[in-house]
Design a protein around this ligand. Structure first.
Ligand SMILES: [Fe+2]
Ligand SMILES: [Fe+2]
Length: 381
């Protein structure tokens, strides 16, 4: 069973628990709405009782874990419950199955009443942060054996399967042949599945060892960073695959740029610079020739070197505002470009990269996205 399959019923139950909690606070325990929501919660829990004997909801480092894995999409619904957990130093709630009205009533009192310590815990258990830490939850929750086995994250390097697959897509796409869109979408989807739970994406950024690797290694790094930023900005899950696919394709126009210019060991000037810059427009034109190409992917390839304040290339006029997804990719793009070794300059240390990004906030880069991104990188450090 995949993580997603395990989490799906838990997400439904978790959302219903939040509805119950909100009703309990807004109305009262015996109000019709509260009672209806409790009945539905009990039904959902007892449905699950056919296959498991407890459910647990864990809250660690501002993150909800369902079935032991981070569940990003519930964060925005769960503010009241998160507040109740953090105020009381709770980390883990276990509800034993099957459950009944008495259990849910005591759970509601426990989560919502001031005198919660007096409430008898019927059919559930709650662990505080220090108890949960004793269980080594924080250290182990993401890299449990199953996760390692499925995706081999710990051994990620440029030899990892995802790099081989993306290289193949790029190799096949060169010489003006078409990209296998279905295969590329499949890769970005499995990429989302593999990496969306990574707590520290910086750990997985690959280093370019050979110059001809740069485009696809950079492309994967940008996809990983874009995904983290997109999740932090609450980009809806149904758009995430297209966003990551767009990040994967953003520099595809470089396939049309001669290698002597791509790998030129110095700053490009004059006509060579213009040829290099044409990768944005060439990439968009190239992608537009493909069937099933998401519009946003074509737009992002065209716009990823446009500045927030109207500069950049190609020149689309000072009042032109790039699509928000292009702006998101630009932030990730600049971070990875500056931290990478290039033929014309050495890689920069993280602090220097972040200070350049800060300097460009509101100019080249969208300030809100830049701030979110810098906060994320500081968290990951
Ligand atoms: Fe680019
Ligand atoms: Fe790029």
């Amino acid at each position: 069973m995949t993580i997603k399959q395990k989490q799906t019923p838990l997400i439904t139950i978790f959302k219903q628990l939040i509805v119950v909690q909100n009703n309990y606070r807004i109305y009262s325990e015996d109000h019709n709405e509260t009672q209806k929501s409790i009945v539905l919660l009990i039904d959902l829990l007892n449905d699950l009782a056919k296959i498991q004997d407890e459910v647990d909801f864990t809250y660690i480092s501002d993150q909800w874990l369902l079935a032991g894995y981070p569940a990003q999409e519930v964060n925005m619904y769960a503010k009241n419950l998160a507040d109740a957990f953090s105020q009381r130093n709770f980390a883990r709630l276990r509800i034993f199955l099957p459950t009944n009205e008495d259990c849910i009533a005591s759970l509601n009192m426990f989560l919502n009443e001031k005198e919660y310590e007096q409430v008898e815990k019927i059919g559930f258990e709650i662990a505080t942060v220090s108890q949960a830490k004793n269980e080594d939850l924080e250290k182990n929750y993401i890299f449990n054996n199953e996760f390692k086995k499925s995706y081999n994250l710990e051994q990620i390097s440029v030899d990892h399967q995802v790099y081989k697959d993306v290289k193949k897509i790029y190799d096949e796409g060169s010489n003006n042949k078409k990209i296998n869109v279905a295969a590329a979408k499949e890769i970005s989807k499995s990429f989302v599945d593999a990496f969306s739970q990574a707590r520290n994406p910086l750990k997985y950024l690959a280093e370019v060892k050979f110059e001809d690797e740069y485009t696809y290694v950079h492309t994967i790094n940008v996809s990983l960073l874009t995904m983290a930023l997109a999740i932090a900005c609450c980009v809806p899950k149904n758009l995430l695959n297209d966003v990551i696919f767009s990040a994967l394709m953003h520099d595809v126009g470089k396939l049309m740029i001669p290698n002597e210019i791509l790998n030129y060991p110095g700053r490009l000037t004059g006509n060579d610079m213009l040829i290099m810059q044409s990768h944005a427009l060439l990439g968009a034109q190239y992608l537009a020739k493909h069937n099933d190409m998401p519009k946003v992917t074509i737009i992002a390839a065209l716009e990823h070197h446009l500045d927030f304040n109207g500069g950049g290339y190609p020149d689309l006029g000072i009042s032109y505002r790039p699509h928000i997804i292009s702006q998101l990719i630009s932030v990730a793009d600049i971070y990875d470009a500056l931290r990478s070794n290039r033929p014309y300059r050495k890689s920069m240390p993280n602090a220097k990269v972040l200070s350049i990004m800060q300097e460009e906030s509101g100019k080249k880069l969208n300030p809100a996205l830049t701030e979110t991104f810098i906060n994320l990188v500081n968290q990951w450090q």
